[in-house]
Each structure stands twice: as C-alpha cells, then as structure tokens.
Design a binder for this molecule. Structure first.
Ligand SMILES: [Zn+2]
Ligand SMILES: [Zn+2]
Length: 501
C-alpha cells in the first residue's frame, strides 16, 4: 500500500476502533441477557454446546411477552432496560406464555396444610427503627390474611413457620440466589413449606412511599411466595415480578386475591377486606391501629364492578359474560353474578387480557380478539384453523369492541375512530369498510365492549360509563354509570337492594 493510500485510511481508524468496541459491548449485552434469561427461567440450564440463536430468540420473545413489550426477539433498548429494572429474584416460571398451562399457584403443588401460621424477623435492617419495621411486616402479612382464611402471628423468638432474613451477597442457597448489591434482584423466597424469605441487605430499604425500596411492598410480595403463589402475568398485580412503588390504590390486585383464595379459601367472616395503598405510605407515622374507619369491605364476587373490564358479550339466553384479566364472570338474566372463573377452564388455550369478544347467536360461537389474532369457539371447542392472524386479512390489531350486529347479520369491530364490518364465515372485511365511527351517532371512540340487552337497546361501555344506543334510530339516547344504574350488570346486592362496592 502506498503512503498516500495509507494516509487516506487514517481518518477511518477511529471509526473502525469504535465499531470493534461496539461489537464487544454487544457481545457483553448478549451474554448478560443470556444469564438473565437463565436466572429467571426463560432458558434451561446451559448445555455443553453453545446456545443456538433460535433458542435465544424464542426465550427473548417469551420474556418480552411476559414484560408487555413487543415480542420482536431482538435485544433492543426497551428490552435491555426492562432486564435492568429492580425485581424479585424468583423465576417467572408459569407466567411464561410457552410454559404448559396450569394453575399459577399450583406449580409446586405446595401449600400450607394449616391456617394459623407464625412468622419471625430473624434480623433487621440496621438503619430502620425495629418497631416500625415490625408494623410494616405485620401489615404485609395482614394484606393476605384480610382476603383469605389464613391467620398470622409474630413469633418474637424460637421456631416459626415463616422466617424473614436480610443477607449480603452469596448466602449459601445457591449461586443463582446470591444477592447482587443495590438494584437488580431485591429479594427472593421459597415456596411452602420451607418458609423462608431473603432480602438483599445492600438495598436502601425504606418505610416511606417515596425514596429507596419500600420494604412493606417487597415483604408483601415475598410473603406471597412463601404461601405458594407464583409470579403473575398481570402487570398491576402485587405478584408481578417487578418492583412497584406503593400507589394510592389497592396493594393487592384482584388477580392476587383470586390466587390466594384458590389455595386457602375466603376469610372465615366471608368478606375480603382491602385497604388502599395510601394507608401504608408512612409507617413512621403509624400508631399501629390499622383498623379504624378505614375499613373497606369489598365483595370479590363482583370485582369487575369496581372499575373497568376488558370485554363483554351476551348469549341468546341473555347471560352476560364479563371479561377481566385471566377471569370471566357470568351474570344471569336475573342479575346475579357468578364467582370469577378462569378463562382457560371454559375456553382452553385462550390467553388472558383479551381485547374484545362477540357472541354470534347465528352460529352459537364466541369470537375473541387479542392483538392481531382471533379465536372462534363453539361452546368450549376451538374451531380448526384458530387462532388466526386476523390482522393479516385487514382487521384492526387490538380492536376496542366486537359485536354481532343483528341488523347486518355481520360481526362489527370498533377501533378508535373507525368501525369494520366482517363476514362471519370468512372473518374478512366487507367491501367499503372500514368507515367512520360517526355512523354510530354518539358512540365515543375507545369503548371496551357492547351488548344488546333484552330491552332492545345496544349498550356500549367505556371505563365506568355506558351509552344506550337506539338500533332503529342509530343514535345514542342516554348515558350514565353502568355499575350504579344498570341493575342487570350484576353490581347490585339482590337482598339488600344496594350497590355492592
Ligand atoms: Zn417474586
Ligand atoms: Zn436466599
């Protein structure tokens, strides 16, 4: 190479070096991601050979799905950021979409065979007042005893069923469980009946809602594991794997409550008691009396009444089906709501958190929509060829509402400011659609579901509101709050005649 040519390359050198450094960084990121996926149960133990790119991509997609990220299988910035977030050190096991479907809490088939359990603080974080930590821990156990048949007692010394201990780094329960300093894994616990929860001493534990890691929230989560609960795929559940700041609202999500009641049943008094998160924000200010007028009694049987739901439909017998997370409720024509039932018991293979559902009285089929996919069940049987990628034939991804519209004898999907009319036989779009939502005079965009009621009106729902739609005039004629104003939504106490929430 002539000097002139070599000099010509000089300005490129920093770029080449940069590329080499970037390459090493990418390899480092990929290695760290592998270790993360192994630690949290998305990849098996490392084999003798190298991990195949296909396995890595599949595991990464699983992780992205569980973390509510786009399942691209690419190690992008949002995925790396998610992996770096503080979380529980336990694996995600059953919440993985590709894991065999079993009841989340039953993976280890483990639970306590008694209802009265003792717990003990083996040691204490040195910089927090012991009596305040004691109150926070007691409150964390009471979250669970308030909604189940369990009863807890603190043992100040001697043996206890459940022991809570702070540790630094490696503490002799396997390298996978060694603590990693501030951030990353905050704590872990063991399923029944080992009765141990371990907390990373290196975290900045706090009893405030604002700074540091809120000890109450993390203890409450780990106690869930010691009682037999797995991680929840529901983002707002206490048992979801990632650390959450203590919010104003309820600490336990309905998904947590159903999981603990699956194992231990309801409180003996028959009523689940939930206290809002704001009660727990300052343990320093606590007198220790949790149960003043703050008592909130909530009936779990109609939990959907408290806020919004995912989807709703009605069958030919005028039974309503209300969908929320991984459960559904049936409200009979007389207005009585069933207990919540797991979706997959009735519709095997259906994922949690569906976007929309419509029942066709014509074919007696349930149609479910989630993301770009759709499912068609005749009774409980998934029809062949389903789930389908419905977005591939022009249907919107994540539809707001699905509806079987008698006038057209067609299925209608609503999404944002548009609606789509499809033939039931082919689930393909009819000509000239989508069209503007303005055709449905007065119906707001972003509804969560719609049903035709016995009174002949079509009802649209969004959050806590409904819109009554006259099918002949094609316009909204009334609106209001559904839980309080529509008795047939199952949110009324049939005996007392008052609202259940
Ligand atoms: Zn956990
Ligand atoms: Zn440990």
């Amino acid at each position: 190479m002539g000097l002139r040519a070599a000099l010509g390359l000089l300005p490129l050198l920093p770029l080449l070096l940069l590329a080499a450094v970037r390459g090493a960084a990418v390899r480092g990121e990929r290695r760290r991601a592998e270790l993360f996926l192994q630690k949290y149960g998305y990849l098996g133990a490392p084999q003798a050979g190298r991990l195949s790119p296909v396995e890595f991509t599949a595991a990464l997609r699983d992780f992205q799905r569980v973390s509510h990220l786009r399942p691209s299988g690419v190690l992008d910035v949002p995925t790396l950021r998610q992996m770096g977030r503080p979380r529980c050190g336990m694996g995600d096991g059953e919440s993985r979409p590709s894991a065999p479907r079993r009841r989340r809490s039953m993976q280890h088939g483990s639970k306590w065979h008694k209802r009265h359990l003792t717990y003990r603080m083996v040691n204490w974080p040195p910089y927090l007042p012991q009596h305040e930590v004691r109150l926070a821990v007691r409150a964390a156990f009471e979250l669970w005893s308030n909604v189940s048949s369990l009863v807890f007692w603190e043992a100040r010394d001697g043996p206890a069923d459940i022991r809570l201990t702070f540790f630094h780094g490696d503490h002799n329960d396997g390298l996978n469980n060694a603590f990693d300093g501030p951030g990353g894994a905050l704590a872990h616990a063991f399923f029944p009946r080992r009765g141990e929860a371990h907390f990373d001493s290196a975290e900045r534990w706090s009893l405030h809602s604002g700074k540091g890691r809120n000890l109450f929230v993390v203890v409450a989560h780990e106690v869930g594991h010691t009682l037999g609960l797995e991680h929840s795929p529901t983002k707002s559940a206490l048992m979801s794997p990632y650390y959450k700041k203590l919010g104003k609202d309820f600490v336990l999500n309905w998904d947590d409550i159903l999981a603990i009641q699956n194992l231990y049943g309801k409180p003996s008094k028959g009523l689940a008691i939930q206290l809002p998160g704001r009660v727990f924000t300052h343990f320093q200010d606590w007198s220790g009396d949790l149960y003043g007028e703050e008592h909130q009694r909530r009936s779990l049987s109609t939990y959907y009444c408290h806020s919004f739901f995912d989807a709703i439909t009605a069958d030919t017998e005028h039974n309503l089906y209300v969908f929320k997370g991984s459960h559904f409720w049936v409200v009979s024509a007389s207005g009585n709501a069933s207990q919540p039932q797991p979706l997959h018991m009735r519709w095997p293979g259906l994922p949690a958190g569906i976007d929309a559902c419509a029942y066709s009285p014509f074919s007696h089929s349930f149609y479910f929509f989630k993301g770009g996919r759709c499912w068609n069940y005749h009774h409980s049987t998934l029809m062949s060829g389903f789930p389908q990628k419905c977005s591939a034939h022009g249907l919107p991804r994540h539809p707001d509402t699905a509806l079987y519209f008698q006038q057209l004898r067609r299925l209608v999907l609503f999404k944002g400011a548009k609606y789509f009319v499809l033939s039931e036989e082919t689930l393909t779009l009819e000509p000239y659609y989508p069209r503007s939502l303005l055709d449905w005079d007065g119906v707001p965009p972003g509804t969560t579901g719609a049903v035709v009621h016995r009174d002949g009106f079509l009802y649209f729902f969004r959050d806590d509101r409904y819109w009554r739609f006259n099918q002949a005039k094609l316009q909204v004629v009334a609106n209001g709050k559904w839980a309080a104003e529509l008795p047939w939504m199952g949110c009324w106490d049939a005996n007392g005649g008052h609202i259940l929430f």
